[in-house]
Ligand binder design. Structure first.
Ligand SMILES: Nc1nc2c(ncn2[C@@H]2O[C@H](COP(=O)(O)OP(=O)(O)OP(=O)(O)O)[C@@H](O)[C@H]2O)c(=O)[nH]1
Ligand SMILES: [Mg+2]
Length: 403
């Protein structure tokens, strides 16, 4: 519970709210009208009044009725966990697509609340500025208008998705394998991304610092080139509306050749965070069989005491799926790169190739990159049976297309 409270405070700080108090409120029996019992509503009301608190975040789910009743009795704005996360995403979205996705999520969230509480609500908050200024909160949003806007957003996002599919197709023609960083928010994905690619994307001690995906080319120790991607982090109870809206982005991540699951090994809730991430990945269609595409990166080991480090290092030695590292100091990062290299190396399959004898360059390339299992030459061509990596197979196909 303490860890969860810390996280809630972190979420609030992520949009620079000034947190005056943070409390764990025990609820024996959730009340349909106020969530909290009468006594708790009163006590909290006193605190809110004494400290002149303007906004109360309930780190759970509130029904629209509960939200409205609490706002009335506390004379303060009240939002729940989903509302807060949507607000953060709204503040973070930079790209056109990101903004559309967040708006879609926020509107779907609002519509679901509108439906449930239709009879109770005379007014609904406007836009997705849950915390917005006075004008906004007065806006009346008609269900039909929301529906139309949602439909338009979905169409626009579909268009973007199609364009991106074309881009992806183009990328396949320079077919470097894609290595995607995934993990709980604040686990250190962007720090690792910067460390490995020597870039400077924003990596802050802030939940959901990254929203829009970033990609860079990276050379592995073997010389093999890959594309490294950094993207949005996960969190427990990630709002379903957000997952739905970000589905296209997130599914692309799960299509990567290798996924690096970056974990904060120092976090007291590290194991629970791991389960949350795996649950979201499973929800996105990454099944058990895809597990051999996942490498676990136990990050922030610089913060562990020697015993903690030793036990992690032990675990990693027994487990080739796991690396122990510090993105901050760089320790262990080479080992991670080697693991990626090995994994890509292992992902090979035998193919048959017919190469014109005149094409000495391609033949030489094949001998350099693959394991030639058999060869038969006729007047025109060499007929080869070769074991090659997926990436090299793609590269070769592309190369031949150029002839
Ligand atoms: N001590 C220590 N801190 C780290 C390490 N890696 C990351 N951090 C810190 O952890 C915080 C979060 O790092 P980010 O790289 O932004 O995390 P992220 O996973 O990209 O987070 P989101 O984009 O919010 O999902 C920052 O304050 C980093 O400086 C590490 O190896 N050791
Ligand atoms: Mg990040």
């Amino acid at each position: 519970m303490e860890a969860r409270l810390d996280e809630a405070v972190g979420l609030a700080r992520a949009i620079r709210l000034d947190v005056v108090r943070a409390e764990i409120a025990r609820i024996a029996r959730p009340r349909p009208n106020t969530l909290f019992g009468g006594g708790a509503v009163g006590n909290l009301g006193e605190l809110i009044k004494d400290d002149a608190i303007e906004l109360v975040v309930v780190d759970g789910a509130l029904s629209p009725v509960q939200q409205r009743n609490l706002e009335r009795s506390w004379q303060a704005k009240v939002i729940d966990r989903t509302g807060l996360i949507l607000e953060i995403f709204g503040a973070r979205a930079r790209t056109h697509e990101g903004r559309l996705q967040v708006e879609l999520a926020a509107l779907s969230y609002q519509r679901s609340r509108l439906v449930r509480s239709w009879t109770h609500l005379e007014r609904q908050r406007g836009g997705f500025g849950f915390l917005g200024g006075p004008g906004e909160s007065q806006l009346e949003i008609d269900r039909r208008l929301i529906g139309e806007r949602i439909a338009r957003l979905k169409r626009e996002l579909d268009d973007i998705k199609r364009t991106r599919a074309l881009h992806r197709e183009a990328r396949r023609r320079v077919p470097y394998p894609v290595v995607a960083l995934v993990g709980y928010t604040n686990a250190g994905k962007s720090t690792l991304f910067n460390r490995l690619t020597r870039s400077a994307v924003s990596a802050d001690d802030m939940l959901f610092a990254t929203l829009d995906p970033t990609m860079r080319q990276l050379a592995l120790p073997s010389g093999r080139q890959v594309i490294l991607s950094d993207t949005v982090g996960f969190i427990s109870e990630l709002p379903t509306h957000l997952i739905a809206a970000f589905r296209a982005t997130l599914e692309e991540v799960t299509e990567a050749n290798i996924l690096i699951h970056v974990r904060d090994a120092h976090h007291s809730d590290s194991d629970a965070q791991r389960s949350d991430v795996l649950a979201v990945l499973a929800d996105l269609g990454l099944d058990e069989t895809a597990q051999d595409r996942v490498i676990e990166a136990m990050n922030k080991i610089d913060l562990l005491d020697p015993a903690g480090r030793a036990s992690l290092a032990n675990h990693a030695r027994r487990n080739s799926q796991s690396a122990v590292l510090s993105a901050a100091t760089g320790e262990g990062c080479d080992t991670l790169l080697e693991l990626i290299d090995n994994r890509l190396e292992a992902a090979t399959r035998p193919v048959r190739l017919d190469i014109p004898l005149s094409d000495g360059r391609t033949l030489a390339w094949i001998y350099r990159h693959g394991e030639v299992l058999g060869r038969r030459d006729d007047d025109e061509a060499a007929h080869l049976s070769v074991r090659l990596s997926e990436a090299d197979i793609a590269r070769l196909h592309n190369h031949q297309r150029l002839h």
